[in-house]
Design a protein. Structure first.
Length: 246
C-alpha cells in the first residue's frame, strides 16, 4: 500500500495573455523507505514544494524516485532538486523532446538535455512496471510519449493521468485543449477511463486539477480547491487585492 499526498494542487486554467499558468499537480507516494514524487513542477512552486517536504519530515535527498508524465516545463524542470532520485521518463517522449526545435513547444530544452546525459535517468516503455505495483501507461496526444502511472493499492488504484487528462472537463467531455494530436488524446482519455473503472473506489489525479473518485460513474472532487492571486492594484505594496480562484 502506498500513502499519497498532494504537495501542490494542479489548477484547471490558462492565461491566454501570458502564455499559460503551468500550475501542475505534484504528488508524493510513500511506502516503507520509498519516497516517490509524481511530476515536479516548475520554478514557481519550488518554495511550497520544499516546504511540504519539510512538513513531512523529508528533504530533497530523501526522494528515491521521480515519475515524470512528460517533458513539458511545468512538469519536469525541478528534477534537478533531487540528487538521489532515479528520474523516470518515457523513452518516446524523451526522444521527441531532444529533437524539438527551440521555441516551438513547451519543452525546456536545456533541462531535457541535462537529464538525458544524467546517470539518474531511467527510460521506460508502455506497460513497464517501474517498481512493484506502479505501471507506466503510454497515453499519447498531449505529447508523443506522454505517460500516465497506475498504482496498485490493493482494493483500489491510484491513477496519475498527467496531461493526458488535465482536468475534470476533459475527462467528461472527451475533448481536450492544448494537444499535439486530438484523436490520440481522445483515445488516451478512453484508455484512462478503462483503467479508472478497473476497481471501485479508484482515485484519479489529473495534471491540472484536484483528485477525483467515481460516484455513480461521474467524477467528484475529493478536496477543496486552493488557488489565489495577490495583486498590487493600488499605490502601495502593503495594499493588495486577493483574487480567490475556486
Amino acid at each position: 500500500m502506498f500513502d499519497y499526498n498532494i504537495f501542490v494542487q494542479g489548477f484547471p486554467g490558462k492565461s491566454p495573455t501570458h502564455g499559460g499558468l503551468g500550475w501542475s499537480t505534484i504528488a508524493l507516494l510513500s511506502q516503507n523507505d520509498q519516497n516517490i514524487i509524481v511530476d515536479v513542477g516548475s520554478f514557481g512552486v519550488r518554495k511550497p514544494l520544499l516546504r511540504r517536504l519539510h512538513d513531512k519530515g523529508l528533504s530533497p535527498n530523501d526522494i528515491t524516485m521521480v515519475l515524470l508524465t512528460h517533458t513539458h516545463w511545468d512538469h519536469c524542470v525541478n528534477w534537478t532538486l533531487f540528487p538521489n532520485a532515479t528520474i523516470v521518463v518515457s523513452r518516446v517522449d524523451m526522444n521527441w523532446a531532444l529533437n524539438e526545435p527551440i521555441g516551438e513547444s513547451d519543452v525546456p530544452e536545456l533541462y531535457v538535455k541535462e537529464l538525458n546525459r544524467s546517470p539518474q535517468i531511467r527510460l521506460v516503455d508502455h506497460l513497464e512496471e517501474v517498481v512493484p505495483g506502479i505501471v507506466a501507461h503510454q497515453t499519447k496526444g498531449h505529447t508523443p510519449g506522454h505517460m500516465a502511472y497506475s498504482v496498485d493499492n490493493g482494493e483500489h488504484d491510484l491513477l496519475f493521468s498527467g496531461d493526458a487528462a488535465k482536468n475534470r472537463s476533459e475527462l467528461l467531455s472527451g475533448n481536450v485543449d492544448m494537444t499535439l494530436n486530438l484523436s490520440e488524446s481522445q483515445n488516451s482519455i478512453d484508455y484512462l477511463w478503462s483503467l479508472w473503472n478497473r476497481k471501485t473506489g479508484s482515485i484519479l489525479v489529473p495534471g491540472h486539477d484536484i483528485p477525483m473518485k467515481l460516484i455513480n460513474e461521474k467524477p467528484f472532487y475529493l478536496h477543496k480547491r486552493e488557488a489565489d492571486l495577490q495583486c498590487w492594484f493600488s499605490d502601495t505594496v502593503d495594499d493588495y487585492t486577493t483574487i480567490t480562484l475556486e
